[in-house]
Every structure is written in C-alpha cells, then in structure tokens.
Unconditional design. Structure first.
Lengths: 290, 390
C-alpha cells in the first residue's frame, strides 16, 4: 500500500510541477504582430460631425434590416449601440462642454479573443487581417460574445436559426479592390481607410503636428495587443466607452497556459499512460470488497 | 467486475415520482417551445450576458457535481483503496446522468445545435487554441466512457433475465468489457482532469471582463481542485440520501473519510487561491465590500466551514456528514457560478436574470436526472448492501 501511495504522491508532484512552470511559460508566448497585408481604419473624433452617413452605408452594404424592436408601429431605426441589426454605429459622448462623437464597429484585433474562442474557426482572421465569420462552422455557442473586450459580436436573439452579426470590414468590397462602405461615404474623412502601417504613421503625424489637440496616444496601437482600427480623440478614451487600456492581448495568458499543458499533447498522453500503469499495478485490489 | 450491488426493487410510480415526472414534462414542453420562439423570447440572455444559468449552472456546476465518479475512481484505482469499491457504481451512475444532462443543456442553449455534429467530425477545422473545443470534445468522449463504465450494471441484469437477444449479447460482451475496462477507466480519469481544468481556462479568455478576484492564470488548477472536493462530497451526500431513502446501511467510516478529503481539500483550495491573489496583488479588491468582495468572502467562509464543522464534531453522524457534504457542494457551486456569472462584467447597462421558462427548463433537467436515477437503482444492481439501516 505504501509504495502505491508513494506512486500516487509522485503523480501529484509531477502534475503540480507542470502547473508551477505555467506562469513562466505564460511570459514566453510571443506577442502577435499585424499581418503583412493588414489594412485598417483611422477614426478622428475632431473631424466627425455625427452625420451617421457611415451607419446608413453600412446597413445598405450589409443588407441589414431596420431596427424596430420594441418601439412599436415600426417607426424606429436609430439604435444606440451595435446590435443584431447594426454592425457600425456613431455614438455621442456629452458631459457639460465636453463632447465627442465616436464610431464603433469591430476593432479587428491583431490577436482577437473571439478567434481564440471559436471552436471550429467560424470566426477567423484571414486576408488583410480581417476577422470574418463563416456561419457553416458556427454552432451558436456565443463564447465569442463572452470574451470580446469590445462587446462586438452580436447574436440574432429573435431568430430560430440565429447567426453572429459583426463588422467584417466589407471583405467583399476589399476583394473587389474597393474601400469599405463606411470610409467611402464619410464626407469629412473622419474615418479613413488604408494599410495598417500607413494609417499608424498618419495618426502619429497628426499627433506630432497638432500638439495639445488630441489625447497623446493612438488607441489601438498597443491596447489589447493592438487593433487594426486606430483612434485619435480629444476626449479621454475611457469616456468614449473604451474600458480597457491593458497592452496584453486577451488570449495571451489563456493560450500560454493551455499550450503549457497541452503542448504536443504530451502531457495528456503521459498522464493516461501513468494512470493506466498505476491501475495495472493495483489490479485485483480494486475489486476487493471491504 | 463483480460487486455485491443489487437492485433496490419496490414500486416505481410513487406519488413523489409522479411529481418529478410532471416537472420533467413541463421542462421538456418548454424546451420544445424554446426552439419554436428562439433564445431571445425564451431566456433572459442578451449580448452582454450571452451565457446564463444553462451554462453556469447546468454545465459548469452540474458537471462538477457529477465528478463523484471521477473522484472515487481516483481513490479506488490510483490510491489503491479497493474497499471504497461499493461506492463506485452509484457514483458512476450520477456522473453519467449529470454529464448527459449537461450535454442536453448545451443542445438547448446552442443557437445552431444542428451543427453540433461538426464539432467532433470537422477535425480539419479544429481550433486547437479553443478551450471550449477541448471541453466539448472531452465531455462528449467522457459521456460515452461513463456509460461504458456503467454498462456492466445493466449487462449483469440482462445476462440473467433480459430478453433473449439482449441476454445473449450481454453474456458475450460482459467478459470482454471486464477485461478492457481498466483502459476505459483510465480514460475516465484523464478526461475529467482535462475538461474540468479547461472549464477554468474558458473564463481566462474573458480577460479584463472577469473581476480580478476571480481572474488568474491558476483558474484551471482551482477548477480542478474544486470539482474534486465537490465530487467527494456529492458521493457522501448521495450515499447518505440513498441509505436513508432505501433503508440501506451507510458505509460510515468510508463516508467520513471522503468528507475529510473534501473538507481538507477546501482548505487547500483557499490556500492556493489566497496565495495567488496575494502574489498578484489582487487581494486588495477583497477589502472593498461591494458585490464582488462580499461574494468572495462568502465563498471563502463556505470553503472553510466544512473543515470547521468536522473539527468541531470529531465523531460525525449521518446528519452532520450530510450537512458538511452540502456545504462543500454549495461552496464549489458558488465559486463556479460566480466565476461564470457574478464576476463577469460585460460593462455598464447590461443585466441578467434568468427568465421563468429558462429556470423551469433547468428544473426539468434536474427532475429528469433524479427520475432516471431512481428508476435505475430500483431496477438494476447499483447500490451495495441489503442490510437495512439501524
């Protein structure tokens, strides 16, 4: 009995040792960078006048139905945030003299939580770094909604065969060599389209040439591991609804820990062998009745 | 595997049983309705709270409560405590039922459940970074493993008095199964180790949306320890319950030991949790007695309580064992429920409270589970010992 007990504690010790190295492994996962063909958008709060032309253009391009839920008489189509009918929205922040519009849509993260979450890769980061959705691989688990730090993916709650609704960067227009519907229609060039690198340069140029005009950072350059949507603002970003400022991407810790445990599936196979071996040694005993 | 397990016998359709069936019936009717009207109309879920009680309770807490089979198997086959063998079959039965019901809950919760079959078969599409994929595959496999582990109980009966075809197959399969069972049981210990820890990893991906008192890289380990403590306590709970309900002699010394493991396990859980929070500096959030700080301390007190109860009464009786087991199950259940719902912060303006149909579907699942458990122990050799309780 005592040798078995020793074996048991040895197993426990091995498992504990594996788990102890996890935090160290967690530091080791490499930070992801934007793909070489990454495109993006740069939104500038000082230029936006809140005309919502982009909201309408997005609805038309994506053939999204009117949002008349819960208002009666079919009279309403002015949602206040992204939802199952709305992939792109202009919101207004106002507090006394402080005022700013802000455009919200998928941020197309460089290291997206939704893509890390999705079981069969229904959400995938593909060409141009666009995070796109393939309904044929979606089971409707809504784990992408749970993990997105920007609360972007939306679910068709009213449908019997629901899908996930999110901005896919007008990927069909990109494929046809056109820019996204929202940037194409913006009359003030408050939101512009371009390659990720050139937009990042442009953002820093504006910061340099207009000292004091903006909060001195490009939101999305580092936040949550970086996003292909970049923001310049004259109001603190927290006030515009960007809750998180951490530089670490959301999947960073989880993937580092999971890779630590499951690397090459060696851990589980070894554990299985160990369990089987210990049981084989103990055989006979386990059938004994007290 | 020969056991002294025997069917309880007796009439099945008692008044209490009819009540269970009625609750189950309401649940099933509501499930059908949920598919007709969609998730929005049937539940309190929203884009802010896309996961509700069907996941946080039925799956995340339910499968931990169904870890009795896992916990006792570790004790019997790895710790080599053969004398605990009589507890295995009832534990495997509750595990098999608990996991099957959790799987059924997922099917009701999914928006596109008709795509479920693609999870195990579209292996070229597998996202190996997804903890949810790991949980899904592991739970699917584990449900099969549990029913195979339990199948000798059915075959033992059928090989004696089953219908001719069933009888012949049972007689033929039983010896083969008994030989192969060791590798299946090993799988039955590997799979819960994997998916129960991965249920913790799942919420690691909620990242900054999870309150810092719950968010840690140690979530997998905490979830694993949590399910083991709950597993041992649920075996105690179930043994006390069935010995009282069916007049069987309870295996007192064993049950006391199981409850000891669960109670000391609770202490270890708290030590690991506190050490991690102290190390990361997030323990400072525990000084704010808002919703989160309060829930955090309620959990901790509940984790310590079973040990305190045990030390306070060194010679436990059935009643005190029962109460202790319930506290462990509640502590673990609350920790898991909090991690998935209470500590989850989708941002201002979002609220969740389960709708009435949502709750009744959960009640329905619990009733179905109990009804099947009762029917099986009455007809098949699951529970050991025929001696009535003194």
């Amino acid at each position: 009995m005592s040798t078995d007990r020793r074996a048991f504690f040895k197993n426990i010790a091995t498992a504990a040792a594996t788990l102890t190295v996890l935090p160290t492994v967690a530091q080791a996962r490499e930070k992801k960078t934007a793909p070489s063909d990454a495109v993006g958008m740069l939104y500038d709060t000082t230029k936006c006048v809140g005309c919502k032309a982009c909201v309408v253009a997005c609805k038309e391009e994506n053939k999204l139905p009117a949002d008349i839920d819960g208002y009666g008489q079919g009279l309403y189509d002015a949602p206040d945030s992204m939802n199952q009918y709305t992939k792109n929205i202009i919101q207004l922040y106002k507090d006394g003299d402080d005022q700013s519009y802000v455009k919200k849509q998928c941020m197309h993260c460089i290291d997206p939580a939704c893509v890390g979450a999705c079981m069969l890769g229904a959400l995938e980061k593909g060409k141009f770094g666009v995070v796109s959705y393939d309904v044929s691989k979606c089971v409707g688990c809504r784990y992408c909604e749970t993990v997105c730090p920007f609360n972007v993916p939306k679910f068709q709650w009213a449908k019997v065969a629901p899908k996930i609704v999110k901005c896919e960067f007008c990927k069909d227009r990109l494929a046809a060599g056109k820019e996204p519907a929202c940037t194409a229609v913006c009359p003030r060039k408050a939101v512009i389209y371009g390659t990720y690198t050139e937009l990042l340069e442009e953002a820093h140029r504006r910061l340099r040439e207009n000292p004091g005009k903006y909060v001195n950072k490009v939101y999305g350059e580092h936040e949550l591991g970086g996003t292909q949507m970049l923001y310049l603002s004259h109001i603190e970003f927290e006030k515009l609804g960007f809750r998180f400022k951490q530089d670490e991407s959301v999947p960073h810790l989880q993937q580092a820990v999971s890779h630590g445990i499951y690397k090459g599936f060696v851990g589980p196979i070894a554990l299985y062998g160990l369990l089987g071996a210990v049981m084989f040694r103990n055989r006979g005993n386990s059938d004994k009745e007290s | 595997m020969h056991t002294q397990a025997q069917p309880v016998g007796g009439p099945l359709f008692t008044r209490g049983y009819m009540v269970l069936l009625a609750i189950a019936g309401i649940g099933i009717a509501l499930m059908i309705w949920r598919f007709a009207v969609g998730l929005g109309a049937a539940t309190g879920l929203s884009d802010g709270y896309p996961l509700g009680i069907w996941i946080a309770f039925d799956v995340v807490t339910g499968t931990a409560l169904a870890c009795g089979g896992y916990a006792v198997a570790l004790l019997v086959y790895i710790f080599n405590k053969g004398n605990y063998h009589p507890l295995i079959r009832p534990a495997i039965l509750t595990s098999a039922l608990g996991y099957t019901i959790a799987g059924a809950s997922v099917a009701v919760d999914l928006g596109r459940p008709w795509n479920m079959w693609k999870i195990p078969t579209y292996f070229w599409s597998w996202n190996l970074n997804s903890s949810l994929l790991e949980v899904a595959l592991c739970i699917m496999a584990y449900v099969c493993v549990l029913w195979i582990e339990l199948s000798p109980a059915f075959m033992e009966k059928w090989s004696v008095d089953g219908p001719p075809l069933l009888k012949r197959w049972s007689q033929r399969l039983l010896p083969i199964l008994n030989k192969a069972l060791i590798w299946i049981i090993a799988l039955g210990m590997l799979l819960p180790t994997m998916h129960q820890s991965s249920l913790g990893s799942l919420m690691m991906l909620a990242g900054p949306k999870l309150h810092p008192l719950w968010f840690t890289g140690w979530l997998p380990l905490l979830f694993l320890m949590c399910c083991l403590a709950m597993g041992y306590s649920i075996v105690v709970f179930e043994s006390v319950f069935s010995s009282t309900a069916y007049g069987r002699k309870p295996e007192m010394p064993m049950l006391i030991n199981l409850q000891k493991i669960a109670a000391w396990g609770g202490l270890v859980f708290i030590v690991v949790r506190m050490a991690d929070l102290a190390y990361s500096g997030n323990l400072r959030y525990a000084t704010q007695l808002d919703l989160y700080g309060t829930m955090f301390w309620i959990e901790n007190v509940m984790w310590i309580l079973p040990l305190a109860m045990m030390l306070a009464s060194p010679r436990p009786n059935l009643g005190s064992l029962f109460r202790g087991a319930i506290v462990v199950a509640l502590a673990g259940g609350l920790y898991r429920f909090d991690t998935y719902l209470v500590a989850f912060q989708p941002g201002p303006g979002w609220h969740y409270f389960p709708s009435v149909p949502e709750m009744f579907i959960t009640f329905g699942f619990i009733a179905i589970e109990l009804a099947i458990y009762i029917a099986v122990v009455k007809r098949f050799p699951i529970l050991a010992g025929r001696t009535p309780a003194h």
